[in-house]
Design a protein around this ligand. Structure first.
Ligand SMILES: *Cc1c(COP(=O)(O)O)cnc(C)c1O
Length: 407
């Protein structure tokens, strides 16, 4: 333990240059948030909220304007009625796609929980069950397969093109906003009518721009990840082109009702304060990931990304090549969490996931992964995905405990 502490001091000295870059991005995003709050005159009146149908909820309207502005979008849906990131993506896909349409993923197989939504795995309520087809192009050398994308777009009309920014539960690289912008430009030239949706989960505020700033028609994510800043009690967001948000809102609520309904049940203040905190909280979790990556590198482990690589999401993948170490590491994170630190997580068959998964999450908000959390599917090469942390200090404490646990 003493060795680990002295190593951690050296590591922290070495990573200060990365911290400086992270602070600069946090400043940019903080400016964006405060400018949007100012533009829409956010006041205490917006905290009041609504019940029942939720008509005329001026707080909800202001929140959706602020989110759109910050994200470089025309409009947004930011709702407590969106259950999770998976639900936000589901509503978006069902909102846009119609029987006979084809959806194309250009970042390989999407996040595990979308298997049954798309129909990669049988489900009587999948897009496939509604006659909506799915195709994918895998990444090559951790980048878009431009040649294959071109062939597809020249052969057929694709209604929706999906891009996943973050690695999800795979060891592939995450795709930064610059790369995403370039591929969007390329697609728009070949297939101007295709709607481009980016699964932005874990990516928000990691860079100074979002995919919507570089041409994405829609971005989608969860409020118990980055943009909730650890304060939003639940919810998700969808942001993008005004006409598309309008169409998706008809699926989220009901045709004819759209954006006009949806009570906020007292959460407006948490959403606004969460967004206000988010640039700083995201910066903290990037610092925790940087610290963990350098510590683990010193101890001989491979991480994606490396400590000094530019980041586009808050996820750190740690390759253990060993089932027991993966489990022990996650158990160490749990033991250092604020809530349920006395509980020992074990691998289990979680709904929506193919393999057994171990999840360490001792969070104030159940399942929140902007709070320190670590999880991994029990399959070779036994990778742990570490993310979040509401404060740098608590995240560092958890990383040190987890490392002690595997030594
Ligand atoms: C977290 C995540 C989702 C959706 O997750 P929920 O747990 O349903 O909020 C989708 N895609 C990616 C890349 C994610 O990281």
């Amino acid at each position: 333990m003493k060795d680990i502490l002295s190593l951690s001091k050296k590591v922290e000295d070495k990573i200060q240059s990365e911290f400086k870059k992270i602070d600069e991005i946090s400043m940019e995003n903080t400016k964006k948030v405060l400018n949007a709050f100012n533009k829409y005159s956010i006041s205490e009146i917006h905290f009041a909220g609504s019940t029942g149908y939720g008509y005329d909820d001026i707080g909800r309207t202001a929140i959706e304007q602020v989110f759109a502005d910050v994200l470089g979008a025309e409009d947004s849906l930011v709702r407590t009625q969106i259950i999770s990131g998976t639900h936000a993506l589901t509503v978006t896909m069902f909102g846009i796609l119609r029987p006979g349409d084809i959806m194309l993923s250009i970042t390989g197989k999407p996040y595990d929980t979308l298997d049954e939504v798309i129909g990669i795995k049988e489900n009587t309520s999948s897009l496939k069950a509604f006659g909506i087809n799915y195709e994918q192009v895998d990444l090559v050398d951790e980048d878009f397969n431009i040649e294959e994308i071109r062939k597809k777009l020249e052969a057929k009309e694709y209604k929706l093109i999906a891009i996943q920014r973050s690695r999800g539960y795979s060891s592939r690289a995450s795709l930064n906003v610059d790369k995403i912008g370039k591929v969007i430009k390329y697609i728009k030239e070949l297939s101007p009518n295709s709607i481009i949706m980016v699964d932005n989960c874990y990516g928000e505020f990691v860079e100074a721009n979002e995919p919507t700033h570089v041409g994405a028609d829609l971005i989608v994510g969860s409020l118990i990840k980055n943009l909730g800043g650890g304060l939003a009690p639940n919810g998700g967001y969808i942001a993008g082109k005004k006409n598309l948000i309008e169409q998706i809102s008809q699926r989220l609520t009901a045709p004819g009702l759209g954006k006009e309904v949806g009570a906020t049940l007292g959460i407006n203040k948490s959403i606004l304060q969460g967004l206000f905190m988010a640039p700083h909280v995201v910066a903290g979790s990037m610092k925790i990931a940087t610290f963990a990556a350098k510590m683990l590198e010193e101890l001989g482990y491979v991480t994606y990304p490396k400590w000094n690589e530019n980041k586009t999401d808050i996820v750190l993948a740690i390759v253990f090549n060993n089932e027991e170490k993966l489990i022990k590491f996650c158990q160490g994170i749990q033991a250092a969490s604020p809530i349920d630190s006395h509980v020992i997580p074990e691998p289990w068959a979680m709904p929506g996931y193919g393999d057994k998964v171990i999840m360490a999450s001792g969070a104030f908000t159940s399942g929140s992964s902007i709070e320190i959390s670590c999880d991994g599917p029990i399959r070779p090469p036994y990778i742990a995905f570490l993310q979040g942390g509401l404060t740098y200090e608590s995240g560092k404490f958890a990383v040190l405990k987890a490392i002690t646990n595997i030594i």
